[in-house]
Design a protein around this ligand. Structure first.
Ligand code: KG4
Ligand code: ZN
Length: 331
């Protein structure tokens, strides 16, 4: 009999559901909450309310696209954390209720582990083998992780302040770009030249820091705007290319150091920033084996939750119905 997992993701501002049948993706539905764009960031209260409205239609759309009846489900995997508590609660309550009604196991998944385990989906893209070096780069996280198995994650380094996605979003905001600025900055960077230089942080070990870059961009823009108030408009593409290059360089330096220190030669990327073309291009020309997620799996999605859920299900690692969502959770 086939193992059919329904994955549910509600950690931030995307309501998502996916159906995985014996490791193959049958449906991957994401409903992006555009209501945050005008606010310059995610408003937690708005996000939870939007999840409540969307969760049932999104799950129904995924089941119908996969042509699977809910009674055929083997288990339900949901994002337990980390994320916004109100958003997580919606997914947690929905997943629990469905698992209770259908009498199938509930599987609690760690969002950041799932960003890395998405590479195990049975599709045409290559799959890494354990152990590997994972780089998670999202709106809330930036970590280098040694992944020894589907349930064995060892953090080697992480950001001391902002996450890489936050660095894109916050500097993008200074340039007047709407939230989330990362994808727009990526698009504009492709039309510009990285001709402006910003200070590089010096951080010990395999840790990262992006707050210095943010300050350096702020002061640079202030100085230039004092001379020419239209400096940003005139140099937007070059500014995007320069900021993007600085963020990519910070990441690449620590990746190279981690590979040298651990001897791991497979690098696996996960998280929204892994969609960045500057980062993807820079990594493709390195000598190591690099696993870049296909674009639909880079930003938040439920395919990754279903995949991480399947790996846990195969290990009999299922959850109890009293389990709670967790805003903070170490990987
Ligand atoms: O993984 P994700 O969808 O959500 C979190 O778990 O945080 O990541 C969202 C982050 C945002 O900061 C967004 O600006 C960034 O990923 N992002 C990008 C790109 N696409 C998304 N950053 C740079 N370039 C992109 N193409
Ligand atoms: Zn994410």
């Amino acid at each position: 009999m086939a193992t059919i997992i329904l994955g549910i993701e509600t950690s931030c501002d995307d309501t998502a559901a996916a159906v995985l049948v014996d490791g193959k993706l049958y449906a991957n539905v994401v409903s992006q909450q555009l209501e945050h764009q005008t606010h310059g960031g995610v408003i937690p209260e708005l996000a939870s309310r939007a999840h409540v409205k969307r969760i049932i239609p999104v799950v129904e759309a995924a089941l119908s696209k996969a042509n699977i009846d809910k009674k055929e489900l083997t288990a339900i995997a949901y994002t337990q954390g980390p994320g916004l508590l109100g958003s997580l609660l919606v997914g947690n309550a929905f997943a629990k209720s469905l698992s209770l009604a259908l009498e199938v196991p509930l599987i609690a998944v760690h969002h950041m582990q799932a960003h890395l385990l998405v590479h195990f989906i049975d599709d045409e893209f290559p799959t890494p083998s354990f152990p590997f070096l994972g780089l998670t780069v999202s709106g809330g996280h930036t970590q280098l992780v040694q992944v020894n198995g589907a349930a064995s994650f060892n953090v080697l380094g992480e950001t001391k302040d902002d996450a890489a996605g936050e660095a894109f979003d916050k500097t993008g905001k200074m340039l007047g770009l709407p939230y989330p600025a990362g994808p727009i900055m990526d698009k504009y960077a492709q039309k510009g030249i990285a001709k402006f230089r910003f200070g590089k942080p010096s951080v010990e070990g395999l840790h990262f820091s992006f707050s210095g870059l943010k300050t350096s961009v702020l002061y640079f823009l202030r100085e230039q705007q004092d001379i020419d108030p239209n400096f940003i408009q005139k140099n937007l593409f070059d500014l995007c290319a320069s900021i993007q290059k600085s963020i990519v360089d910070i990441l690449l330096e620590k990746v190279a150091q981690a590979m040298a220190e651990t001897g791991l030669n497979q690098l696996v990327l996960g998280g929204g920033v892994s969609a960045n073309s500057g980062l993807r291009n820079a990594l493709e020309i390195t000598n190591s084996q690099v696993f870049l997620p296909p674009l639909p799996y880079t930003t938040d999605n439920a395919a990754m939750i279903a995949m991480a859920g399947l790996l846990k299900y195969l290990e009999n690692d299922t959850d109890v119905l009293s389990s709670e969502p967790k805003a903070r959770m170490s990987i």
